[in-house]
Design a protein around this ligand. Structure first.
Ligand code: ADP
Ligand code: MG
Length: 232
C-alpha cells in the first residue's frame, strides 16, 4: 500500500514479459499497469494470442515477469524462490482450467481433497471441508464418481470445488467455460458469481466469450500485449 492510493490485492506496474522461441525474442506483454481490488470479479478479454494466459500465469505465480512490479496481497511474488512460490500458490491461489485438469483415477471427493493433503488438517477435518465444498457446487450426490462418470459441467464444478477448498486469496480461471455447452457454461458462471457475491471471493477470469465476461464486475481488454480499455 502506497501513500498515493489504494493498492489492489493484485498490483501491477509496467509489467513486461517475453518468451524466447527458436532463438527469437517474442514480446508478449509490453507494458501492463493494473490494479485488481480484493472482492472483485474481473474478466480479462482479448483475442487469441494477446497474452491473456501469460498475464494470468504471472499473477498466479506460475511464471515470472522480465521486469516491472507485481505484488499480490503486498507480496513481491516475482522475487520469491520457486519453493516459496510453490507453497504460496498452494495456500493462496485456486486454479480453474478450460479442460478441468482433474485426476482421472480419483473420484470427485478425492480430487477436491488433493490440495488439502498439503495442509495440517486432520482426515476428519478434510472430509468435512470436502463434503461442504462439494455440496456448495451441488455435487453431494456425485462424490464417488470419477471424472469420466461426470459431464463436462459437473467436472468443471468439481474443479471449482478443488479451487476453493483451501479458501485461497485469489481464484484464477483460464477460459473456464471454453469447453462447455451453453447450459453448463451458465451453471459454472452462476456458481462463480455466487462465490464472488456471497463469499467475497476475488476472481480473475480469462475469457474470449463476451456473454461470460458480462457476468464479471470489471472488464479488462488485452490487445497485442497491452491493456486497451478498462470498463470498471
Ligand atoms: N511458453 C511459451 N513459449 C513461447 N511463446 C509462448 C509461450 N507461451 C505463450 N507464448 C506466446 O505468447 C503469446 C501470448 O500467448 P497467451 O498468453 O497464451 O495468449 P492468449 O491466452 O491470450 O491466447 C502467443 O504468441 C504465444 O504463442
Ligand atoms: Mg490463453
Amino acid at each position: 500500500m502506497t501513500a498515493a492510493g489504494k493498492e489492489g490485492l493484485v498490483h501491477i506496474e509496467h509489467l513486461v514479459k517475453s518468451y524466447q522461441r527458436g532463438g527469437q525474442h517474442v514480446p508478449v506483454l509490453t507494458d501492463i499497469t493494473l490494479d485488481i481490488q480484493a472482492g472483485d470479479f474481473t474478466a480479462l478479454m482479448g483475442p487469441s494470442g494477446s497474452g491473456k494466459s501469460t498475464l494470468l500465469n504471472l499473477i498466479a505465480g506460475i511464471d515470472k515477469p522480465d521486469s516491472g512490479v507485481l505484488r499480490v496481497d503486498g507480496l513481491d511474488i516475482a522475487a520469491m524462490s520457486e519453493t516459496d512460490l510453490a507453497h504460496w500458490r498452494a495456500a493462496n491461489v485456486g486454479f480453474i482450467f478450460q479442460f478441468y485438469n482433474l485426476m482421472p483415477v480419483l473420484n470427485a471427493f478425492e480430487n477436491v481433497e488433493l490440495p488439502l493433503l498439503l495442509t495440517p488438517l486432520s482426515r476428519r477435518e478434510r472430509r468435512e471441508r470436502v463434503e461442504l465444498t462439494l455440496s456448495m457446487v451441488g455435487l453431494s450426490d456425485r462424490m464417488d464418481h470419477t471424472p469420466n462418470e461426470l459431464s463436462g459441467g459437473q467436472q468443471q464444478r468439481v474443479a471449482i470445488a478443488r479451487a476453493i477448498v483451501t479458501d485461497p486469496t485469489l481464484i484464477v480461471a483460464d477460459e473456464p467455460t471454453g469447453d462447455l455447452d451453453r447450459q453448463s457454461a451458465g451453471d459454472v458462471l452462476a456458481l462463480m458469481q455466487q462465490l464472488n457475491r456471497e463469499l467475497g471471493k476475488t476472481i480473475i477470469m480469462v475469457t474470449h466469450d463476451a456473454s461470460a465476461a458480462q457476468q464479471a464486475r470489471t472488464l479488462i481488454h488485452l490487445e497485442k500485449g497491452e491493456l486497451i480499455a478498462d470498463a470498471a
